[in-house]
Design a protein around this ligand. Structure first.
Ligand code: GLN
Length: 232
């Protein structure tokens, strides 16, 4: 046997916050799946490494990769300048953006200009949280309620504890399909954002594998297959 075959493949721990369908979620069997998860697994297969998926709070992901508790973040994480100072991002792998959601029967909010005095519900540490905080600091929103998981963020809106949710558009759209008649999107997409996989700053070896693998799975059609499975 060739020597290479006897070497055990390296295993990298992938951290994700799995209340973010269709990017990451838990299936009936309790396994974590979703677009990001299948994509990082395809990249791993292309590059010959193994992955182990770990569920972690969204605001704990960057500290976990910095401390070495996890190797890769695959969690619908937007590439931002502030985060670039803390971790290294792969090439962008999908475009998303923020949207405002309101209760389905809300007739008062049709754009970002209608948020005066309202209460927002957001996921802690997300770009939606950042946006809500900006609107709070500008004296527009009256309160920003933060929660660890997106299901609870949405529940707060549905139960009337908040007037608006600021969250990633594709995830809000997925919620509208799952829970029809509960919420709707108000106005246009607020910002354009791109997601990247993140590794510890300076972990060039792993970042190169991810970027090369990403390029390969885009070229061989695997990326399109995964995309059409989750965004049909
Ligand atoms: N894309 C948003 C961010 O990076 C939200 C991600 C998430 O909640 N999983 O902050």
């Amino acid at each position: 046997t060739a020597e290479g075959e006897e070497l055990e493949a390296a295993t990298f721990i992938v951290g994700t916050e799995p209340t973010f369908p269709p990017f990451e979620m838990t299936d009936e069997s309790g396994a974590i799946t979703g677009f990001d998860i299948e994509l990082i697994k395809a990249i791993a297969e292309d590059q010959g490494f193994e992955v182990e998926i770990q569920s972690i709070g969204f605001d704990a992901l960057i500290p976990a990769v910095q401390s070495g508790n996890i190797d890769i973040i695959a969690s619908g994480m937007t590439i931002t300048e502030a985060r670039e100072e803390q971790v290294d991002f792969s090439a962008p792998y999908i475009d998303a953006g923020l949207a405002i959601a309101v209760a389905a029967d809300n007739g008062d909010v049709s754009s970002i200009d209608d948020l005066q005095g309202l209460v927002a519900s957001v996921q802690i540490g997300s770009t939606g949280h950042e946006k809500a905080q900006e609107l709070m600091d500008a004296g527009v929103l009256s309160e920003v309620k933060t929660f660890n998981t997106v299901d609870v963020v949405m529940m707060e809106l549905v139960n009337g504890g908040a007037d608006v949710v600021i969250n990633d558009l594709p995830v809000t759209q997925a919620y509208m399909v799952q829970q029809p008649g509960t919420i709707k999107i108000a106005g246009e997409k607020l910002e354009s954002e791109s997601y990247g996989f993140a590794v510890r700053s300076g972990n060039e070896e792993l970042l190169t594998m991810i970027d090369t693998g990403l390029q390969n799975v885009i070229e061989d059609g695997t990326y399109d297959e995964i995309q059409s499975k989750y965004f049909s």
